[in-house]
Design a binder for this molecule. Structure first.
Ligand SMILES: [Fe+2]
Length: 162
């Protein structure tokens, strides 16, 4: 499947939850943009975009099962869920397992290895910061300690005007 088809499949899966749909579209847009600006190879770019589209796939299940979508629950439930979700997309086993790894680690800010992981974290942060109105201190701290890409740094500062 192409990215557009996986995006359509994920929107359909989100079943009218506009907050979830808007969130994933925003995270995908920033991830795609940062990935292209940083010159990722096509394979890494593809895996990054699929991970961005599906990263919060476990949110509805976690709200139902645990009463909240706490990051750790999402990571535990997300990996198997996304593996199943992507099984009919024609993606390779390696691609699916990398996406599952990223979905299963997208709230883990230690030991970030790989540009796909790094950019997913940056894109999700930009959207969460704007949706939840994070403080200037929080944003500065994130830019200083976590952000690695030039375009991620500039976009975070532009969006949060700091
Ligand atoms: Fe997210």
């Amino acid at each position: 499947m192409k990215i557009a088809e996986i995006l359509k499949k994920m929107i359909t899966f989100s079943n009218g939850n506009i907050h979830d749909i808007d969130h994933l579209i925003k995270v995908w847009t920033y991830a795609k943009t940062i990935g292209e600006l940083e010159g990722l190879d096509p394979e890494t770019q593809f895996v990054l975009e699929v991970a961005a589209i599906t990263h919060d796939i476990a949110c509805p299940l976690c709200r139902e099962k645990y009463g909240n979508a706490n990051g750790k629950y999402q990571e535990i439930e997300g990996a198997p869920l996304v593996t199943e979700f992507l099984s009919d997309t024609g993606m390779t086993t390696e691609q699916i397992s990398r996406v599952a790894y990223l979905v299963g680690h997208h709230h883990t800010l230690t030991d970030i290895k790989g540009m796909d992981y790094q950019i997913l974290i940056e894109a999700d942060y930009i959207v969460n910061a704007s949706e939840n109105g994070y403080s200037k201190e929080n944003v500065e701290n994130f830019v200083e300690k976590i952000v690695k890409t030039q375009s991620g740094r500039e976009l975070t500062r532009a969006v949060m005007s700091c």
